[in-house]
Design a protein around this ligand. Structure first.
Ligand code: F6P
Length: 188
């Protein structure tokens, strides 16, 4: 059975400030992860039989570049679109738009950001990406985003949609999925 490796990008400047969305670059710690990821790949991955994939966003592409990779870019793997709230911190949303904040907390799966996406939307987009990547033809190594990683893991493991938005997907950790088996390799 083919192996699918999933990693979030290294810690971004927005992760440090607890900001939603944006299209920024990595923090110093995120840069260190990109380099560590390169070592991990050199030591554990057969690059001949592996396809490397990122989203089209700066933080995933920078992570891949630091790891010495030249991946395919897939727009359908871009992070959930936070619409009007893109660039705000979670604290700002809670303070300025309390009813939106509560609505998302109450139903994170179905909640759609104003002029943006919901996890239901994102699940659809992730399924489309999976169809285009064709995971059966070779091993795949994806450098993606928190919400997209949740969707992808949920789809691959056949979890119920309700579980997807709550899943823990830690930074600086390579997740390996083979069949129904999932293992975590913390690099930093
Ligand atoms: O915080 C990083 C991030 O990738 C944001 O860009 C995105 O909106 C968020 O994670 C998704 O996680 P959650 O759905 O828990 O807010």
């Amino acid at each position: 059975e083919k192996v699918i490796y999933i990693s979030r990008h290294g810690q971004s400047e927005m992760n440090v400030k607890d900001i939603i969305g944006g299209n920024g670059y990595l923090s110093p710690s995120g840069v260190e992860y990109g380099e560590k990821l390169g070592d991990f790949i050199a030591n554990h991955i057969d690059q001949e039989k592996t396809r490397f994939v990122t989203s089209s966003m700066n933080r995933t592409r920078q992570t891949a570049k630091l790891a010495g990779l030249d991946p395919d870019q897939i727009n359908d793997l871009d992070e959930i679109d936070a619409g009007d709230f893109d660039g705000l911190s979670y604290g700002e949303v809670k303070c300025r738009y309390p009813s939106e904040y509560e609505a998302r907390k109450a139903d994170k799966l179905n909640y759609r950001y104003p002029n943006g996406e919901s996890y239901v939307d994102l699940l659809k987009r992730t399924r489309r990406a999976i169809q285009n990547v064709d995971f059966e033809s070779c091993d795949n190594f994806l450098i993606i985003h928190q919400a997209v990683a949740r969707c992808l893991i949920g789809i691959l493991l056949g979890l119920s949609d309700e579980k997807v938005p709550q899943m823990e997907v830690p930074l600086h950790t390579v997740i390996k999925i083979q069949g129904s088996e999932i293992t975590y390799h913390k690099l930093l």
